[in-house]
Design a protein around this ligand. Structure first.
Ligand code: EPU
Length: 292
């Protein structure tokens, strides 16, 4: 029997993904599942992967570009209440993978728990942020992770400690496993200080990045010793346009998408940038965003 028949109440087919991503672009997911428990999640992953489907977790869609013809597989969203819990335990916090990172950073900052304040202005779910070790100049989420509970595509659940997660610049060992929950170690301090830092980091970000426009944050990783934004800027590419997508005039590592942009326009711009930066500096830019 088709795996999908067993999960009818948690599953939809041919679901538009555009409104679920920051870029607001791209086609449909063949399947979208919102499991209610970790057990359901493990079952669905195992059955779908066993049927040969590609499986992806979608957080807040802050770092994903969906192609125009959509994603021919199963997309999982951790929207059920059990994946959205936040429990404080002294200076630790136990948090579900589906929690919004900005909400969490704001809540912990208000309580005088430092560590996530430095991530102010970074959109995403806790799970997505951990997977890519989201961060910026002031810190990265991996710095505060004690352990993470993951479900893999064989339906196995395991808890992995910080050292086995291999946090590195915008990467970790999470891979295609799904972050169900995490324990974060924060630091008690005067709430006024933490909240003030949260606001300063955010203001700093708003001043240097086109946060009001449709984008997916930085498109490329910074190559070792360089800023991708500075390289793209020096290659004279700010303002370059393909269709309705353009390289931001505010920060050159952002592609901003007007209405009616196609994902293919963004992909063409990405190719142009890579080619020009390679020709000019001999440096190959690596994508930071995930293309589905
Ligand atoms: N610069 C330019 N032109 C530009 C953009 C930047 O000359 O168009 C120069 C800046 O003036 C600065 C240098 O490049 O001298 C570095 O720029 P910035 O301080 O903006 O930092 P970044 O390296 O471009 C990184 C992260 C951001 C994060 C910021 C601030 C990456 C790829 N980018 O940007 O993260 O917000 O630091 O902490 O790691 C993201 O991950 O989506 C992201 C935006």
């Amino acid at each position: 029997m088709m795996w999908s028949n067993d999960y009818k109440d948690m599953l939809e087919s041919n679901v538009p993904l555009a409104d679920k991503t920051w870029f607001k672009l791209g086609g449909d997911a063949r399947w979208l599942a919102c499991p209610r428990t970790t057990g359901d999640l493990a079952d669905i992953c195992k059955r779908a992967a066993g049927d040969g489907l590609s499986v992806r977790a979608l957080g807040r869609g802050a770092n994903v570009l969906v192609r125009d013809d959509g994603f021919d597989g199963l997309v999982i969203r951790l929207d059920a209440p059990c994946f959205k819990t936040i429990r404080f335990d002294g200076d630790k916090v136990h948090v579900g993978g589906g929690v919004d990172l900005m909400d969490l950073a704001h809540q912990t900052s208000r309580k005088g728990l430092a560590g996530l304040d430095v991530l102010a202005g970074i959109p995403g779910s806790v799970g997505g942020a951990i997977r890519m070790n989201a961060g910026g100049r002031h810190g990265q989420i991996g710095d505060v992770v004690v352990s993470v509970t993951l479900v893999d595509l064989d339906g196995q659940t395991q808890t992995v400690a910080h050292d086995a997660l291999a946090f590195d610049y915008r990467s970790s060992a999470v891979g295609r496993r799904i972050v169900v929950s995490a324990i974060l170690q924060l630091r008690k301090e005067d709430p006024e200080l933490t909240l003030d830092r949260f606001h300063r980091v955010w203001t700093d970000k708003k001043a240097s990045q086109p946060l009001a426009e449709k984008s997916a944050g930085c498109i490329f990783k910074n190559p070792p010793g360089h800023s991708a934004g500075a390289l793209i800027d020096q290659a004279g590419l700010k303002g370059t346009r393909v269709g309705n997508a353009s390289i931001s005039d505010v920060h050159a590592n952002f592609i901003v998408a007007d209405r009616a942009t196609r994902s293919s326009d963004i992909l063409t711009l990405i190719d142009i940038v890579r080619e020009r930066v390679h020709d000019r500096f001999g440096i190959d830019l690596e994508l930071e965003i995930d293309v589905w």
